[in-house]
Design a protein around this ligand. Structure first.
Ligand code: ATP
Length: 343
């Protein structure tokens, strides 16, 4: 059994005469040690889903199993105990502003009944793990956003959780700070084997550290699986859109401007594996066929540690030439799929 299993989970919010189906028939399996991303636009149901994973939100229908135990069958006391193993961090850090850093981190330990001296000692160790030892006596207001999130991570680790839920933990941070927090989460996952569930609306976050992803839209999971597979072979419109948006966000090469494009009849997407270099392939293809193509987008990315790249080409309005180009690309071991709509 997976460490976290969600079965046929639905959540409906009802207020007065308005009903919102926030989650519909969600099924998920998250293995121990995964970094699992849940991505979707605003209102997709991500926060509601992640809050169901520790029963901060009670599903209307369905089951959540954590380490072989069904949360819905637990008494409130058992649930509180279970939540010790499922820590959470948030977009706005949720630190205690009147307490200094070391006291913020000690706080959950004191609540658990750990003696003050021991709690402070452990808190200082945790601050070492997140690289903030020298800020132990500072107050949250004196810290940057990235430092505040590090304190929140240290505090989350205080109860020795086996699962860490991150609700838009990097959304309030600039790209560089985001990268450093993602590195820290990856390091924590590596060193301590803590399973991490990350909610985000940014595909770049998924690409940088997640092993698996579920793509949500309007309360449903549209696609889920290994991140490298979804990036290479997105099956749904939602996945394709998120991947394209990600490319835009990080400055892809948008080579042919609309006014400069040759008339094109078909668009294809080529996926490059870690060993292929697209430039010689395309240059040689153009030389061989003697006809130029529009390179509409080109991008290479580091996906889960593997170099991946893709390119979208606009092909001329000549069926046999299209076939020749596609055959040439396929013979070089590259995969092709047709793209519809604007790119
Ligand atoms: N307590 C609530 N009462 C009523 N409706 C709610 C409640 N919480 C969430 N919803 C609704 O459920 C849907 C899903 O919301 P949710 O916050 O889970 O989405 P999200 O994907 O996390 O969005 P965001 O990225 O904006 O936080 C939305 O339509 C939202 O308005």
């Amino acid at each position: 059994m997976a460490q976290i299993e969600v079965r046929h989970l639905s959540k409906t919010f009802t207020s007065k005469d308005v009903k919102v189906n926030a989650l519909r028939d969600i099924n998920l399996e998250i293995e121990q040690g995964d970094i699992y991303g849940i991505i979707g636009m605003s209102g997709a149901g991500k926060s509601t889903l992640v809050r169901c994973l520790n029963y901060l939100e009670k599903p209307t229908v369905g089951e959540v199993w954590v380490e072989g135990k069904e949360l819905g069958g637990m008494l409130e006391k058992e649930l509180l105990k279970q939540r010790k193993d499922i820590a959470m961090i948030f977009q706005h850090f949720n630190l205690l502003m009147q307490k200094n850093v070391v006291d913020n981190v000690s706080f959950p330990l004191l609540i658990q009944g750990v003696k003050k001296k021991e709690a402070r000692k452990r808190a200082k160790e945790l601050l070492g793990i997140v690289g903030l030892e020298e800020k132990a006596l500072a107050y949250p207001a004196q810290l940057s956003g990235g430092q505040k999130q590090r304190v929140a991570i240290a505090r989350a680790l205080a109860s020795d959780p086996r699962i860490l839920l991150c609700d838009e933990a990097t959304s309030a941070l600039d790209p560089q700070t985001t990268a450093s927090i993602l590195e820290l989460l990856k390091d924590i996952n590596n060193r301590f084997g803590i399973t991490i569930v990350i909610i985000t609306h940014q595909m770049s976050v998924i690409r940088k550290i997640c092993s698996h992803v579920a793509i949500m839209s309007l309360g449903e999971i549209k696609e889920q699986g290994r991140v490298d597979e979804i990036f290479s072979h997105p099956k749904t419109k939602e996945a394709r859109e998120l991947i394209l948006k990600d490319m835009e966000g990080e400055g892809p090469v948008n080579l042919a401007k609309p006014q400069e494009r040759l008339k094109e009849a078909k668009k294809i997407r080529i996926v490059f594996s870690e060993n292929s270099s697209f430039e010689p392939v395309i240059a040689n293809m153009v030389l061989k066929t003697g006809r130029p193509v529009n390179i509409l987008r080109a991008d290479t990315k580091n996906v889960g540690g593997i170099a991946k790249g893709e390119m979208i080409l606009g092909l001329p309005d000549d069926k046999s030439l299209q076939q020749e180009i596609e055959d040439y690309i396929r013979e070089r071991g590259l995969e092709i799929e047709e793209v519809t709509g604007d790119v």
